[in-house]
Design a protein around this ligand. Structure first.
Ligand SMILES: Nc1nc2c(ncn2[C@@H]2O[C@H](COP(=O)(O)OP(=O)(O)OP(=O)(O)O)[C@@H](O)[C@H]2O)c(=O)[nH]1
Ligand SMILES: [Mg+2]
Length: 477
């Protein structure tokens, strides 16, 4: 030891060294005392409101409930009893040092034991209460979890329902209007509406007054004078034979007659001739020819057919452009000539192109009016002949497009076109915007040409194959 001390680089009995060492020692003691006397910080307990929703992304919610009143009370009691026991212990120690009386010391000892016992019991009671609280917390967590799952399920269902509704709307938008929807105006405002007014209400016997009213309704309808006369005559005939008990029977007779009149079979619908099946489309300007051709092309390509369109309306550049847009949309090929080109030559090229590319269908657009004063009907006859030259036997269909808003004028137009080029079927457009849908009956009755298509709007699907039965049901039911 002596030799070790001798090896130190300073003298250990030097007063300065002793002073420094004492100062360091004091400092160390001060630090230790300070650290030891520092209060332990209370554990931080996250206070989660039991009512508050735990974020959805947390799998199991953590719930912390505040101690109940009883638990808090018992904890406070335990604390007080412990303090009491400590007080008794200190007092007893103090008195023991002063050699106090043994009885007093014993009494203090008993008090201390009593206080300790009370503290222990209060702690136990608080613990039991805390256990209950933990149980409630677990239950609450489960309830919140179940609630969260339920909410998730509901949100999922709502999302699914919204998606289904969107899909329904999309399908409905694509499906277009039904014939009944297209004929809504004819039914409510047109002659059918007035006819139903005649048949409705209190039961009426069929007398001359009712027949007179029927006559008036039919003659002011858009079905044409000839058809109106025929219907009235049929009704009178049945009344004469006493076959009409009431207005209901009269309605049935009119309905059956209309059913018979419109029941003409459309022979060709986009196929059957050729190949290629050639359709020549005619009609006055603005009737809806180009639009109808576009819709037909879209239907045919959707069925997998190869389609060529011939832009035979060279009256205005915009006509070919309009058809171009439809052709692109329908993925059909368009054959067009220069502006002012001879319509017949453009259509000839169109049919030849159809043969060349082995198309299933060629649809030729024609003008509704001409640049020259030349007669439209003569021009159309020429187109017809030229098509036959390009492909003998074609056109297989001559489709007349009629604007139903023209009412009875459409019947006159139909007769003119029929006389000139021999129409095979009719597309009746714009039924959606008119109350004059009854014109179909007049056309079928007077021309005996079937209505193949009914246009009830601007979308592709709004061009519907005309079904006589569906038409009658849409009007009368
Ligand atoms: N609401 C409704 N509009 C239609 C229907 N069919 C055609 N149209 C509209 O009628 C207008 C005229 O149609 P077009 O196809 O250009 O008529 P077009 O017979 O080719 O006319 P031109 O080329 O001038 O001879 C356009 O605005 C079409 O969108 C239909 O069924 N319902
Ligand atoms: Mg056109």
């Amino acid at each position: 030891m002596q030799s070790f001390l001798d090896q130190l680089p300073f003298r250990y009995d030097d007063p300065l060294v002793i002073g420094v060492a004492a100062a360091v020692l004091l400092l160390l003691i001060a630090v230790i005392v300070r650290l030891a006397s520092r209060k332990k910080p209370a554990p931080v307990v996250p206070q989660v409101d039991a009512q508050r929703q735990v974020p959805a992304e947390t799998a199991t919610p953590k719930v912390t409930l505040p101690p109940s009143e009883l638990e808090a009370k018992k904890l406070a009691e335990a604390e007080a009893a412990r303090a009491q026991a400590e007080e008794s212990r200190r007092e007893r120690n103090r008195l023991a040092n002063e050699n106090a009386d043994a009885a007093k010391l014993k009494e203090l000892k008993a008090q201390e034991e009593q206080a300790k016992k009370a503290a222990y019991q209060a702690e136990k009671a608080a613990e039991a209460e805390a256990k209950e609280r933990k149980k409630r917390e677990a239950e609450e967590a489960l309830r919140l979890e179940a609630e969260r799952k339920q909410r998730e399920r509901e949100e999922e269902e709502q999302k699914k329902a919204a998606a289904a509704e969107l899909e329904k709307q999309r399908v409905a938008a694509q499906a277009g209007q039904t014939l009944a929807q297209g004929l809504a105006k004819t039914k409510s405002e047109g002659f059918i509406g007035r006819l139903n007014g005649l048949f409705g209400g209190a039961p009426r016997a069929i007398d001359e007054k009712v027949l007179g009213e029927l006559e008036e309704v039919l003659f002011t309808a858009d079905i044409g004078v000839k058809t109106a006369s025929n219907l009235v005559e049929t009704a009178r005939e049945r009344a004469r034979k006493n076959e009409l008990a009431d207005a209901d029977a009269l309605k049935k007779v009119i309905r059956r007659e209309v059913e018979r009149i419109v029941d003409l079979k459309a022979t060709h619908r986009l196929s059957g001739g050729g190949p290629p099946h050639v359709i020549m489309v005619v009609g006055v300007n603005g009737a809806g020819k180009t639009t109808t051709i576009g819709k037909l092309a879209a239907k045919a390509t959707a069925e997998g057919k190869k389609v060529v369109l011939a832009a035979g309306d060279t009256f205005r550049a915009a006509a070919a452009e309009q058809l171009d847009i439809w052709a692109e949309r329908a993925k059909a090929e368009l054959v067009k000539g220069k502006e002012d080109a001879d319509p017949a030559s453009v259509i000839f090229d169109g049919v030849k192109r159809g043969l060349e590319v082995k198309a299933d269908l060629v649809i030729a657009d024609t003008a509704g009016r001409l640049h020259t004063k030349a007669n439209l009907m003569e021009e159309l006859k020429k187109v017809r002949r030229v098509i036959d030259k390009a492909l003998p036997g074609a056109p297989h269909e001559v489709l007349l497009v009629l604007d139903s808003t023209n009412g009875q004028n459409a019947i006159a137009q139909a007769r003119q076109f029929h006389d000139a080029v021999g129409i095979t079927s009719i597309a009746l457009t714009k039924l959606d915007g008119t109350a004059k849908g009854g014109v179909i009956i007049g056309i079928c009755d007077e021309l005996k040409v079937p209505v193949a298509w009914a246009g009830v709007g601007e979308k592709v699907q709004d061009l519907r194959p005309f079904e006589p039965k569906e038409f009658v049901e849409a009007l009368f039911d």
